[in-house]
Write a protein that binds this ligand. Sequence first.
Ligand SMILES: NC(=O)c1ccc[n+]([C@@H]2O[C@H](COP(=O)([O-])OP(=O)(O)OC[C@H]3O[C@@H](n4cnc5c(N)ncnc54)[C@H](OP(=O)(O)O)[C@@H]3O)[C@@H](O)[C@H]2O)c1
Length: 245
Amino acid sequence: MGFSKELLKGKSIVVTGAGKGIGRACALMAAECGAHVIAVARTKSDLLSLKDDSSGDIEIWCEDVTQDAFLQRLKNLGQLHGLINNVGTNRVAKMTEQLDDDLDAVVDLNIKSLYRCAKAALAPMQKSGGSIVNMSSQMGFVGSPGRTLYCASKHGVEGLSKAMAVELATENIRVNTVAPTFVLTPMTEPMFANPEFKKFVFDMIPMQKLATTEDVANASIFLLSDLSAMVTGTSIKVDGGWTAR
Ligand SMILES: NC(=O)c1ccc[n+]([C@@H]2O[C@H](COP(=O)([O-])OP(=O)(O)OC[C@H]3O[C@@H](n4cnc5c(N)ncnc54)[C@H](OP(=O)(O)O)[C@@H]3O)[C@@H](O)[C@H]2O)c1
């Protein structure tokens, strides 16, 4: 089961945070569907192993998405058909324990940096039109304990994605989000070491299972592809029903 190997043929796609977790699965699937994939992360060994794991067309960029050098490189691309704007972070703590540094770290990466990456992608995308997938979360729709900063940032991602979709619609640039529930990745593995937290999560998900990185990649690839040609300004929740309660 899977998409056609031709689904993204001829398309050039940038995936940020492609070394590990969700971004890695998205990069692998986009390459499997025939895209030329530019995989971005800071750790070279992750990117080299990503390339080894794929028989597709993956170009690796060892870059920090928060730096001007990366944004300029993105802007200078001759053409671009898709961006999975996936890099994000979390600082889990009660609001009373959150420091200003935590607030800055989450807002800087999850909103400001995501916004700047999307903005830099517009120049090469304007030539042919394209699709931007901003990686959100179920926490872009609900609140949850210890997650004031993360929820605020992901609600922000939802808002900016809708506004971008409206602003860019006539330029044939679509903008959507994918909003996963919990997925086991290097970001969340430490959280699941706590049995109480694990029980809380499984109790909250009607389907009583975590999402896989491939579940999230499936939704992202659909949004990048022409199968979703009339879909913009919305979100695909890959959350097993968490937000439906
Ligand atoms: N995991 C979940 O349960 C879950 C659920 C909902 C939404 N999400 C969202 O999905 C996205 C990915 O999450 P994940 O769990 O897959 O994360 P992850 O396991 O922490 O992987 C993040 C990837 O991004 C790269 N990265 C981090 N900062 C970077 C930077 N400044 N420049 C370039 N690359 C950078 C990391 O590599 P380097 O450190 O080597 O750069 C790594 O390859 C995030 O936006 C997250 O909020 C995750």
